[in-house]
Design a protein around this ligand. Structure first.
Ligand code: HEC
Length: 156
């Protein structure tokens, strides 16, 4: 059954309703993701190799440091431009700034991703106040300056 849902076009709908198994704690983040991010990053955030990076392991890692959390907030706030390497693939794309999201929605979608899409238990990685604080630390952020904030991760 879960394989059926995973492969079916109803997956996005299940996501939007927060009805997919294992996502019960993150309905707000999952629905922001489905509505705003999945169009590029894919319904399961697995990306499209060479075009859109996955938002899996590296986002969980970014969520574990203050610098990484600032980076995540600013990617959504300003968009991103610069070469990123994820899982052996290189991306030289442009992510547009995601306007129109409240601070609570930005916190929810990033907490959802940083908890491995709701699979890791624990309190939200980011709250609305953290989003406001990160933006205050980087008031003139651009897609290029946000790129400079990207933490270097160990490993390949
Ligand atoms: C129009 C397509 C598009 C949309 C919509 C989009 N992104 Fe992106 N995103 C990209 C591209 C392209 C990149 C890589 C940019 C680059 O190569 O510099 C990216 C990169 C990222 C990164 C950095 C990944 C890394 O390894 O450093 C994060 C985090 C991210 N996106 C989160 C989101 C979230 C959260 C949303 C929804 C609120 C979203 N994106 C919506 C296209 C998109």
């Amino acid at each position: 059954m879960s394989r059926l849902i995973r492969n079916s076009r109803w997956w996005g709908l299940a996501f939007a309703l927060g009805a997919a198994p294992g996502f019960a704690d993150e309905p707000a983040g999952a629905s922001v993701f489905a509505g705003r991010c999945a169009v590029c990053h894919g319904p399961e955030a697995a990306g499209i190799p060479g075009s859109f990076p996955s938002l899996h392991e590296q986002i969980v890692a970014f969520g574990q440091s203050p610098e990484g959390r600032d980076y995540l907030v600013m990617v959504v706030t300003t968009g991103l431009m610069g070469e990123v390497k994820v899982a052996g693939a290189s991306y030289r794309g442009v992510m547009p700034a995601q306007s129109g999201l409240s601070e609570a929605e930005v916190a929810a979608v990033l907490s959802y991703l940083a908890s491995d899409r709701g699979k890791q238990p624990g309190p939200p990685v980011l709250a609305a106040a953290d989003v406001a604080a990160a933006r205050a630390r980087h008031p003139d952020g651009t897609a290029q300056s946000t790129y400079a904030l990207r933490p270097t991760l160990p490993g390949p």
